[in-house]
Write a protein that binds this ligand. Structure first.
Ligand SMILES: *Cc1c(COP(=O)(O)O)cnc(C)c1O
Length: 443
């Protein structure tokens, strides 16, 4: 396999599953993605006209008027804790925030915006076709018994190792659909139990995430009343994710954090197939252009976006092609092949990718809990090392220099995207903590 975007040294580290920071060769900070066809305005408009509906159907969303949003929380104690040693300046001065998508209502993960957007698009289309809605205006009528009965004849299905299944299952059932989740047999038992308890059908498949997606796709194709949410190429999911950008910008403004040439924004996003982090990064680039720098975090065993972008081809390149096995504890990030929709979009917009070993995820999730009292799942901790890679390593500092960011680094805002965890049962959380404790403090 030709990995032209990787040096021999980098390829070596990658294959040995050492953590590394890789900078995207074709990255162009000035590119704002506005020449690309995907328009976040479409998703914003859909969420606007469906807010009344969501407020009617989901009690968790009532207080917020049917709006999905997650908190943005400063994490100063963790910032001190994870700052690189002997580098007091740059890190201590910038401001670190955690974007709490682990706390998103209904779904409990970053999947909520994408999942809601796709489910709403489907419900609108079916109801419009059946003459149950008028083309314009509010969607609250989708909560009426007649519309729900119609949607209830249809099935919404998805292939997922976990969180997307939880999101689509819970959102689908809430909107009135039948919901079917195809999972790999190694998906966590508590997720399957939770879905089944809510009346969602779980179908288990041997093999990994990709096998579950393929099986789910085939099953839905054979059924005219079934609709398959395709994590590997869904435009609706992608557009739903992009809406997080506007939300973040509003929150940064409210927190007094400017983003401009003198005040860069760095965002660190855990990446599985690439849809969620890709949509968020795309939305941010559209709004902020050269002033935002997005990095993905991937497990050392599953760096599928890194491998895809390094191979510089439109053909799919799985991590197996470089000898990696995609075996990681990082639920939701254990993806061996990047989204063919998202990877080409990221080629010029993404600043880079850093990889994280499983042990680090458990350590950092525990460190976050001890420092800030915030509990997330290990996968969601993947972004926490981002500022340290950028500011505390030679390669990261080279990135700052190359883009003339060194003089303004102390004024930077760092947003670490936390992606899941609020639905994790307490006994499972205790297991995560025990593993973090056994590993000792931050290495
Ligand atoms: C799904 C997921 C991600 C990444 O989203 P992708 O669209 O798969 O890249 C990150 N963290 C968690 C916890 C997830 O469940």
């Amino acid at each position: 396999m030709n990995m032209q975007g990787l040096s021999h040294e980098e390829l070596d580290s990658l294959q040995r599953q050492e953590a590394l920071l890789w900078l995207t060769p074709a990255h162009d900070p000035a590119d704002n993605g506005r020449d690309m066809p995907h328009d976040p305005a479409e998703a914003h408009a859909r969420f606007d006209r469906c807010a009344g509906l969501l407020s009617r159907l989901f009690p968790e969303l009532r207080e917020a008027g049917g709006r999905l949003s997650s908190p943005l929380t400063p994490i100063p104690t963790l910032q001190r804790h994870l700052s690189p040693r002997g580098e007091p300046g740059a890190l201590a001065d910038g401001a670190w925030f955690l974007k709490r998508d682990d706390d998103l209502p209904v779904a409990g993960s970053v999947k909520a915006r994408g999942g809601f957007h796709e489910a709403l698009a489907l419900a609108e289309r079916l109801a419009l076709e059946a003459g149950l809605l008028s083309p314009q205006g509010d969607r609250a009528a989708l909560a009426d018994p007649q519309a729900r009965a119609w949607l209830g004849r249809h099935q919404m299905s998805v292939g997922s190792t976990g969180n997307l299944g939880l999101a689509i299952g819970l959102i689908g059932i809430g909107l009135g659909f039948q919901a079917v989740v195809h999972m790999s047999s190694d998906a966590k038992a508590w997720k399957k139990d939770r879905l089944r308890r809510r009346g969602i059908t779980v179908v288990e498949h041997a093999g990994d995430y990709a096998a579950a997606v393929a099986a789910g796709r085939a099953a839905a194709q054979a059924d005219p009343l079934a609709y398959f949410v395709d994590d590997e190429r869904s435009e609706y999911l992608f557009l739903g994710y992009t809406t997080a950008a506007r939300e973040l910008l509003d929150q940064l403004q409210a927190a007094g954090r400017t983003v401009d040439a003198d005040h860069p924004l760095f965002v660190y996003l855990p990446c599985g197939v690439g849809g969620a982090p890709g949509g968020i990064a795309y939305g941010l680039k559209r709004l902020l252009g050269p002033h935002v720098h997005c990095f993905f975090a991937e497990p050392t065993a599953s760096p599928c976006m890194l491998v895809q972008l390094a191979a510089d081809t439109l053909d799919p390149v799985p991590v197996h092609a470089v000898g990696l096995d995609n075996r990681t504890e990082a639920d939701g990030l254990a993806v061996g092949e990047a989204s063919p929709l998202v990877a080409p979009i990221m080629a010029r917009l993404l600043a880079g990718v850093f990889t994280v070993q499983d042990d680090t995820l458990f350590r950092d999730a525990l460190a976050l809990e001890q420092a800030e009292g915030i509990t997330i799942e290990p996968s969601a901790a993947a972004g926490l090392r981002g500022p340290r890679w950028l500011l505390g390593t030679a390669r990261g500092r080279r990135y700052l220099q190359r883009h003339n960011l060194t003089p303004v680094a102390a004024q930077a805002t760092h947003v670490i995207w936390s992606t899941g965890g609020s639905l994790v049962p307490e006994d499972i959380r205790e297991g995560f903590r025990a593993r973090g404790r056994a590993l000792g403090t931050v290495g």
